[in-house]
Unconditional design. Structure first.
Lengths: 204, 204
């Protein structure tokens, strides 16, 4: 079975666990501490020189980094893959949006406000207004997209929804108010109703 | 013909121009000023609520944002598309790496040091050491990848190389020394030798 090198509370790692569950690929989980430096040590850097999780490692030693690439690969040929060329383009557009305009604010605010040691948060406190402004801007873009459609790419639930769900559904931990984005709130409920859905904290 | 809403000096927009040229898709270019707020005005936000270029607009009104998604879509079915499932995964992994771990430092340093008004740069000067540290870390990861192979994904030149070339080949404008990364320097030369290559500033 492939090994997922991961941190349990990381939304990027949750994307991989949720996709693997929904496409039926069993994973072995190897956990790293959220606050440790394990992923900067030589043993890990030999697997991913960029020093980050998630990292998926196959039995033959091949490794794949970056949550978006991993879930794309796991989903290929499944119902979670966008069905046609335009839907693939839309899915990738939203997945890149998530990594560039959403995760650096929504996920980063969650990490520092909910998981980092309080003393460390103090050093970052001046950044909170920017995280919230840019994170709320990203949530507003999502809300606009969902106002007249159920899913981000094409006309069905796909890895684009998983990519955006991972840090959006727990954005309250970063001080965001999802109730201000009613179309996003309804979409979160729809994602949770999908077959074989697993929540972030319980998904092993 | 599709319209590329763009800024000429943006590496993200250059990725689209270079890919379109090499796959033979003619584009109409609509230019926006680098320092303007045109992309935050209602007319543009109606096309891309995230307020960013590049944005590709087709004759039928469909629009696609995010450079990675646009070049993936333009390249589908061409020699620039990765040839098999594993190469596609590798290409996406490097394209997400570029947007998350490379562009926010290498491209941002270039923008502030080479294109922003000097008075604005002063407000950002304290960030330069972080841009250089993280940008050099990304360039080191690229150098390691290229030490024993010619291209980032699979065994041929692809959109993964275009995505990384865009801001790497002009990283000197941001204060980076590419000569310190010899495998990257050799790869830059190889990319420039590809058929129908066009340089950033001259590509219209």
């Amino acid at each position: 079975m492939p090994v997922l090198h991961q941190m349990q509370m990381s939304g990027n790692c949750y994307k991989v666990r949720l996709t693997a569950k929904q496409v039926g690929v069993p994973l072995v989980l190897r956990d790293y501490p959220v606050l440790g430096i394990e992923t900067r040590k030589p043993e890990f850097l030999a697997r991913n020189p960029n020093g980050r999780v998630p990292l998926l490692e196959w039995e033959d030693g091949r490794t794949l980094a970056e949550s978006g690439a991993i879930i794309w690969h796991l989903a290929e040929g499944s119902a979670l893959a966008p069905a046609d060329s335009w839907s693939r383009a839309e899915a990738l557009s939203w997945m890149f949006f998530e990594q560039y305009s959403h995760e650096p604010y929504v996920a980063v605010a969650r990490f520092w406000l909910a998981y980092a040691p309080k003393a460390e948060l103090e050093k970052k406190r001046h950044l909170i207004p920017e995280w919230h402004a840019k994170g709320n801007a990203a949530l507003a873009v999502m809300d606009g997209r969902l106002r007249d459609r159920d899913w981000f790419a094409g006309d069905r639930y796909s890895i684009a929804d998983i990519a955006l769900f991972a840090y959006t559904h727990c954005a309250d931990e970063g001080g965001f108010d999802i109730a201000s984005f009613p179309a996003v709130a309804r979409w979160i409920a729809r994602v949770r109703e999908q077959p074989r859905h697993i929540p972030l904290s319980e998904s092993r």
